[in-house]
Design a protein around this ligand. Structure first.
Ligand code: HEM
Length: 355
């Protein structure tokens, strides 16, 4: 490991997030197994495990993809963004159990290596070569799941801070954008699997609704952002621009605002309004989607921390960020869209007593 590497500290939010996630997963398995055993007298633990982990992994994958756009549509979803990486790792582990169990069950009973069988069994079963899968119901859906799992594994393995620090940001970003490719593969895996086994119509709904919701959320988030970006920048006499109502700010939580090309993060901290650069110098994370944890502005992506009053990075964090001058008038927050040099404190703006 690099000697310059320093892990981001564990904190209360992370523990609450992980415990909630664990609780929900345990509850899901309890309900899935309870209902399945209640409805079906023939109890097959292996099959139930394959199916329960399959559906959980598929749902978690959609959830991971939805968090980003949901946060851009409405700030109330921001708590979900925090610690999203742990969700990704849990998703991979659940999918891994599904993949390994399916591999052992459907490809483990012969002398052929299960991984070889995964890619060759179809040609034997349907008597077709790899280039003759014109008939969709005969298309080998399992290898698609295998490649989706491979990508999720790569992402989980590189999600740790160590890799964020040591891979180039562009490489890391590229790797993690592959989640959309993994999603496409997983959707095809399930959809083509359904064509081969018409046993369960619920899956058709799961795939259709999931795909629709993910696409719609991304479209809505994109439309909202372009609208905000196009917003005309109207300066008042002092060179300030109105950005939001004071009442829309919540203590300790951030808000991202675009003023022309300036990306500004607004926080309400101990009764004061603070405006900072919205772009974390570490990996470009949106600081306004983060919150103030233990008195520090904390990046939602990788937990880098900055002093709210000055933008100074804490020990272990890289670089400082610039502040913006702000003011309050008539219950509205205004920001001057010229960033102060990094580390220069802006005049404190108290909510109390402001008009
Ligand atoms: C090595 C990787 C994988 C293999 C070998 C594999 C294999 C299979 C097989 C054989 C089935 C049919 C199970 C049955 O009907 O009994 C299945 C279904 C399914 N798989 Fe996978 N899979 C893999 C990866 C994935 C991944 C990464 C996901 C999602 C993130 C996924 C999601 C699903 C879903 C939702 C179903 C339908 C579950 C059901 O029938 O109730 N699979 N998979």
């Amino acid at each position: 490991m690099s000697s310059a590497y320093k892990s981001v500290a564990w904190n209360r939010q992370k523990r609450v997030y992980d415990l909630t996630l664990l609780g929900l997963i345990v509850a899901y398995f309890a309900v899935f197994f309870g209902v399945s055993i209640g409805m079906d007298k023939g109890f097959d633990l292996g099959l139930l495990t394959i199916r329960s982990t399959a559906i959980l992994a598929f749902v978690l994958l959609h959830f991971v993809l939805l968090i980003g756009p949901l946060c851009r549509i409405n700030a109330m979803f921001l708590p979900l963004l925090y610690n999203r990486r742990h969700l990704g790792v849990v998703l991979f582990l659940v999918a891994l159990v599904h993949g390994v169990m399916a591999l052992m069950r459907y490809h483990g009973g012969t002398d052929v290596n299960p991984l070889v069988s995964l890619f060759t069994a179809y040609s034997t079963d349907y008597n077709v070569t790899l280039y003759e899968y014109r008939n969709l119901p005969h298309f080998p859906f399992e290898p698609l799941g295998f490649f989706a799992l491979l990508i999720l594994g790569l992402m989980a393995a590189t999600s740790h801070d160590f890799w964020l620090k040591n891979l180039k940001p562009s490489t890391w970003k590229f790797l993690h954008m592959l989640v959309y490719f993994a999603w496409g593969l997983a959707v095809l895996h399930v959809a083509l699997g359904i064509l081969q086994d018409e046993r369960d119509r619920t899956l058709v709904w799961l795939v259709s609704i999931g795909t629709g919701v993910v696409l719609l959320a991304h479209l809505l988030a994109y439309a909202g952002e372009s609208r905000r970006d196009r917003r005309r920048v109207a300066l008042d006499d002092d060179g300030f621009v109105d950005v939001c109502e004071v009442s829309s700010l919540q203590e300790g939580r951030g808000m991202s605002v675009n003023i022309g090309k300036e990306r500004v993060a607004i926080f309400l901290h101990r009764g004061r309004v603070i405006a900072l650069d919205n772009v974390c110098p570490h990996q470009g994370g949106p600081l306004g989607e983060g919150r103030i944890v233990d008195g520090f502005v904390t990046c939602p992506w990788h937990g880098r921390r900055f002093k709210p009053e000055t933008g100074h990075a804490c020990e272990g964090s890289h670089g400082s960020i610039g502040c913006y001058e702000a003011k309050i008038a008539g219950g509205t927050v205004y920001v001057k869209p010229q960033m102060l040099p990094a580390g220069t404190p802006a005049r404190p703006v108290s909510v109390q007593g402001a008009e």
